[in-house]
Design a protein around this ligand. Structure first.
Ligand SMILES: Nc1ncnc2c1ncn2[C@@H]1O[C@H](COP(=O)(O)OP(=O)(O)OP(=O)(O)O)[C@@H](O)[C@H]1O
Length: 237
């Protein structure tokens, strides 16, 4: 077994994932080993169908591997029961999606408050204060009372990032966060995610945008369910 360094937040050991298709199985991941450290900004790239989303779902505890171990912050997450997994997700991980996935019937502020329901022990006034501070952090404080339908794509993604930060997670998983945004707005969202790594959070982003991927500190390429490239760059972001 590989040694886990102190600052390692994610470790994958021989991770395989098979999807059942009728009577057959399809190996979407074929033995992935990976180590990601605190504060890294990692781009996961690869062709459509190569296994990127599968990998992200396993890392985030949304799905379980068929074989191998996934260790996040020292815990083997594929050994957790469903209630332990959901607590782990709530405490440790923030998710950002291509289509934002905000609740349409809730205001921006209420969307950010929603994941804080886990934190029942925190008084509601404090939660509101925290949600407002997060909206300010992403430059959306003046939009707190608006519904998602009244916001642009970039604004919705900023709110979604504030929501991902609601429980102060150490790790952010972003699945094509700029996939639905124009290039200026993509740049803003990229910078926002980058600023989180400057605060010590670890950001893992699946992207089809090569230019942005090259500006992450590290690019991992997946082809046909395997890592074929893992490049650490010193590109000036
Ligand atoms: N639930 C499932 N059942 C069966 N096959 C699946 C399932 N989910 C994904 N696959 C297959 O596994 C492979 C990897 O899919 P995955 O969604 O991880 O690719 P991806 O790299 O994220 O693609 P894209 O860039 O198009 O989102 C694909 O061949 C896909 O068809």
């Amino acid at each position: 077994m590989a040694t886990v360094k102190n600052n390692t937040v994610i470790q994958l050991e021989k991770v395989k994932k098979m999807y059942a298709i009728g009577e057959n199985g399809f190996w979407a991941l074929k033995g992935v080993n990976m180590q990601i450290d605190k504060g890294e900004f990692v781009a996961i790239v690869g062709k459509s169908g190569s296994g990127k989303s599968t990998l992200l779902n396993l890392l985030g505890g949304i799905d379980t591997p068929t074989e191998g171990r996934i260790i996040v912050k020292g815990t083997v997450i594929n050994g957790l029961r469903e209630n332990q997994l959901s607590r782990f997700r709530g405490d440790t991980i923030g998710f950002v999606f291509q289509f934002f996935q905000l609740m349409p019937t809730l205001t921006a502020l209420e969307n950010v408050l929603m994941p804080m329901d886990f934190l029942k022990r925190i008084p509601s006034s404090e939660r509101r204060e925290r949600a407002n501070a997060l909206l300010a952090k992403v430059g959306m404080e003046s939009h707190a009372g608006k519904f998602p339908s009244a916001l642009s794509g970039g604004e919705q993604q900023r709110i979604a990032i504030a929501r991902a930060l609601a429980n102060n997670p150490d790790i952010i998983f972003a699945d094509e966060p700029t996939g639905n945004l124009d290039s200026n707005t993509s740049e803003e969202v990229f910078r926002l995610l980058k600023s989180l790594t400057d605060e010590g959070k670890t950001v893992i982003m699946v992207t089809h945008n090569n230019e942005l991927a090259e500006r992450c500190g590290r690019t991992i390429r997946i082809s046909d369910g395997q890592i074929t490239e893992d490049i650490i760059s010193n590109y000036e972001r």
